[in-house]
Design a protein around this ligand. Structure first.
Ligand code: GDP
Length: 524
């Protein structure tokens, strides 16, 4: 195998999907510690305020005048190079959070054992499913009282509609947490014992041979019974189904006490997919092809008006990046020299000179790129598959404060919409402008950039959350539009209804069964 192939095949690129507080920051930090990318625990958790994480980049980026709310962390472990992409949540939830999932080859889903599947996890899970991205689950906080593992597993399969395979199984929980029964390695990993006693190997029947204190515990007996149940009635393991995204491997552990994290990491690396081939206008592009190519999945605007430059995040899909190389932007056919590039690390940002398929780099963007852009080298000029459209849930009505600024207003909206920062709709009858987003942050960024980049103050009037559904048969009676089911055009002039709530949607469908509605996120 060539050195280049070896490099590419060592890449594992994933995002963590979770609901706030499930333990994403804590787990990320522990993973980075294993990789030696950070020195001390607590580095990822905020230094000063305790509020921000390095994975949020806030402190560093504030100093540099750039707010990068999502980032990429890289570390080496056991011959692998791991790229973790942050998926911002809370107030920072935006279409970028979804788009990040287009740039990974797998996802790690963290679940709080006391809470089960929560709203944001479910949203992100659905995007992974729609993209066919394999998911690995880490059920966290076993050192606390939570729901029973069988209950959690049942919920996982029921709510997500996907089969799962527990790679390990907890022995007790909370105060009585004794460890995990590791089915994959046929051993028990004990919680809070001396390092030498940590692993207890099991015999062919999956039991402890000889004398061992664990055997006196009724929890051990219970675990054996549950394991038997899983062996008989549960799904069987299939590496192929895991990499196809049809079977979710489930791990139990406790990120905070760093228990089960290394076992998780090692099993993850064993089964996680290598950089995958991606669809393009000329068919699938092999990551091992030596022609460099990639696509922009996110553009981070600078929130500091003194520094207009932006960072475009590029997923390398094939070949090797070398600083200073000249590439072609497929949309325009124009050549670009990639002189300024950035690699994202946990501690600091450093200039990257080389990166290969599977890696993510940041390109200095004076306004050249749009989200979804493909860049290529080589004779073939192709474009990667268009990024999916994400259904907005929040809406505002937008106007320019000063009517004399209409020209700037339109130019600004047009460019920001094209860039993918926000979605634009026009009401059918009244031609009012509505902006749609998946998270509040997008409106704030929009307002800020309109002021600083286009010199326009905007009025944004809350319309609130709506259920957006596009219309299959476009020929529609405009009189069906009212405040509870508002008919709008999207930026491609496709018609959609914005429904007040679920009830309004159902009512409308009952009254108008001939109108076929769809959610683009259920499609791709
Ligand atoms: P994030 O919002 O998903 O990034 O969650 P954090 O990593 O910030 O964790 C949220 C809270 O849960 C913090 O107070 C953590 O200390 C705590 N936490 C994380 N993992 C564990 C765990 O394994 N056990 C316990 N008891 N607490 C945890």
């Amino acid at each position: 195998m060539t050195k280049f192939n070896e490099e590419v095949l060592s890449r594992r690129t994933f995002a963590i999907i979770s609901h706030p507080d499930a333990g994403k920051t804590t787990l990320t930090e522990k993973l980075l510690l294993f990789g030696g990318a950070i020195r001390d625990a607590g580095t990822v958790k905020g230094k000063k305020t305790g509020k921000f994480a390095t994975s949020d980049w806030m402190e560093i980026e504030k100093q540099r005048g750039i707010s990068v709310t999502s980032s990429v962390m890289q570390f080496d472990y056991d011959g692998f190079r791991v790229n973790i992409l942050d998926t911002p949540g809370h107030q920072d939830f935006s279409e970028d959070t979804y788009r990040t999932l287009t740039a990974v080859d797998s996802a790690v889903m963290i679940i709080d054992s006391a809470k089960g599947i929560e709203e944001q996890t479910l949203k992100l899970f659905k995007v992974c499913r729609m993209r066919g991205i394999p998911i690995f689950t880490f059920i966290n906080k076993l050192d606390r009282e939570g729901r029973t593992p069988l209950e959690l597993l049942a919920e996982l399969e029921e709510v997500l509609g996907i089969e799962s395979y527990p790679m390990n199984w907890p022995i007790g929980m909370g105060k009585e947490f004794l460890g995990i029964y590791d089915r994959h390695h046929n051993r028990i990993e004990q919680f809070r014992v001396e390092e030498e006693q940590k692993f207890v190997s099991l015999n062919e029947d999956g039991e402890i041979d000889g004398v061992h204190p664990l055997k006196d515990s009724p929890l051990y007996e219970q675990t054996l019974e549950e394991i038997m149940l899983l062996n008989e009635a549960g799904n069987s393991f299939s590496a192929e189904r895991v990499s196809d995204g049809d079977l979710i491997p489930v791990f139990f552990g406790s990120a905070l006490t760093n228990f089960g994290v290394q076992t998780f990491l090692e099993s993850y690396l064993e089964f996680a997919p290598v950089p995958q081939a991606r669809n393009s206008t000329t068919g699938k592009i092999d990551p091992l092809s030596t022609d460099f190519s990639g696509f922009i999945f996110k553009i981070q605007a600078n929130m500091n008006p003194a520094h207009r430059d932006r960072i475009a995040f590029l997923r390398i899909c094939s070949g090797k990046f070398e600083r200073g190389m000249t590439v072609t932007l497929s949309r325009t056919g124009k050549p670009i020299k990639l002189a300024q590039s950035t690699q994202f690390m946990a501690d600091d940002r450093s200039t990257v000179n080389e990166a290969v398929a599977g890696d993510i780099i940041g390109l200095y963007d004076p306004g050249t790129y749009q989200i979804g852009d493909t860049i290529v080298t080589g004779k073939d000029q192709f474009e990667y598959e268009r990024l999916p459209q994400f259904t907005p849930e929040l809406f505002v009505r937008v106007t320019a404060k000063n009517v004399m600024k209409q020209k700037h207003f339109h130019k600004g909206i047009q460019q920001l919409v094209q860039e993918g920062a926000i979605q634009l709709f026009k009401t059918v009858k009244t031609e009012e402008y509505l902006l749609g987003a998946v998270g509040q942050l997008q409106f704030e960024v929009f307002e800020h950039r309109m002021r600083n980049e286009y010199n326009v103050e905007v009025n944004m009037e809350r319309v609130g959350s709506k259920i957006a559904r596009w219309i299959e048969n476009e020929d529609i009676n405009e009189n069906l539009s009212n405040s509870r089911s508002l008919l709008v055009h999207d930026r491609y002039d496709k018609k959609a209804f914005l429904f007040e709530n679920d009830f309004a949607l159902r009512w409308f469908q009952e009254k108008n069964p001939e109108i076929k509605l769809y959610n683009p996120m259920d499609r791709s």
